[in-house]
Design a protein around this ligand. Structure first.
Ligand code: PHE
Length: 339
């Protein structure tokens, strides 16, 4: 019995050696399983060890280990010479999940623009657009900004030619919309604007704005406040408070700047709001009668409100992004976080 098993082991060694030497690289792993695997031929022989006299078992066991080691080394050597792919054999697990790929996503500012426009859609505002190359007339004059007025300087303007500029705000689309449509009008206008500002932590020479305009008979400052309050609660959350500060724009009267309670500290004052507890989100006001007259609306009959906000700034407030340049550098490591 003992001699028989040893002969079988040696037979396996001989046969296995030839088989391993002749096997094509891609069948080496199969051969390893067949010879040395849990249900392989070596295991098959060793199953009889229990029938041996106890003193014979270590002898057969030692011979089995020798054969196993010899064949295993031979298999490793063949796999190594077959090249890296085959050498990796046991690690090549085809059931492993693949590496995750970047599938793309909307830019964080685009996400903000879409959310804001969606909220205003629910409040009855349609989404429209206008040209980025704009005439001086629409960019300034129709909005009651005389060209020699300091308000025109306030916007450091890029000129394309004598009468055409890159729009410095989305407000010209107020005039374009009113010339095109009879009241009532309720629109939001997202789009790029351009100013000759140097890049710094809070300025970009090209940036998004969202304009809003509502005109009808009988629209009052109360409607204006209620609409903005509702927007703020929906966008920033129900606990957010709103504050209107008097301001000045040539195309609105009265004008206001709208602040929301600081999104970081909730209003108690922190470094993000410079201790004030408030963050500015938009310029706004009641449409100036002269603007109505300029676009052919009867200022005696119609009233309305308008606002303009910067979705990049709002994105910064929301995600606590410290520098506006991060939004325009298109570094995937940054953008991926908002996918
Ligand atoms: N157009 C103004 C700006 O660029 C914002 C604004 C829009 C103010 C509408 C009032 C009404 O700063």
């Amino acid at each position: 019995m003992k001699a028989d098993l040893i002969a079988q082991l040696q037979g396996l060694e001989e046969e296995g050696t030839v088989a391993v030497q002749e096997a094509p690289p891609e069948s080496l792993e199969g051969l390893r399983v067949e010879l040395l695997g849990r249900k392989g031929r070596l295991t098959g022989i060793l199953r009889h060890v229990v029938q041996l006299a106890p003193e014979d078992r270590p002898v057969v066991g030692a011979e089995a280990n020798r054969v196993k080691q010899a064949l295993s080394e031979l298999l490793d050597a063949r796999a190594a010479e077959a090249g890296p792919a085959e050498a990796l054999g046991p690690l090549e697990d085809l059931t492993l999940p693949g590496r995750r790929r970047w599938r793309g996503g909307l830019h964080p500012v685009t996400q903000t623009v879409n959310e804001i426009c969606d909220i205003f859609r629910d409040l009855g505002f349609s989404r429209v657009s206008g040209p980025e190359a704009e005439t001086l007339d629409y960019n300034f004059t129709k909005l009651n900004i005389p060209l020699d007025h300091p308000a025109a300087d306030m916007h450091d303007t890029f000129f394309l030619n004598e009468g055409v500029v890159l729009r410095t705000h989305t407000s010209p689309v107020q005039a374009r919309t009113m010339e095109r449509c009879a009241p009532p009008v309720r629109v939001v206008v997202p789009g790029m604007c351009y100013r000759r500002d140097a890049w710094d932590a809070s300025h970009a020479p090209a940036f998004e704005q969202i304009e809003g305009l509502a005109v009808d008979e009988g629209i009052s400052f109360v409607d204006f406040r209620a609409t903005i309050d509702e927007f703020v609660r929906r966008f920033f959350g129900p606990a957010t408070r709103t504050r209107f500060r008097p301001s000045y724009f040539p195309f609105t009267e009265p004008s206001a700047e709208v602040d929301v309670s600081c999104q970081i500290c909730g209003g108690s004052g922190c470094s993000a709001c410079k201790g004030t507890g408030w963050m500015e989100i938009m310029g706004a006001g009641m449409v100036h009668p002269k603007v109505f007259a300029n676009v052919g609306y009867d200022p005696e009959r119609y009233t309305g409100f308008a606002f303009g906000m910067g979705p990049a700034r709002i994105t910064m407030l929301r995600h606590r992004i410290p520098d506006i340049r991060l939004l325009y550098e298109n570094d995937m490591r940054f953008l991926e976080q908002f996918a």
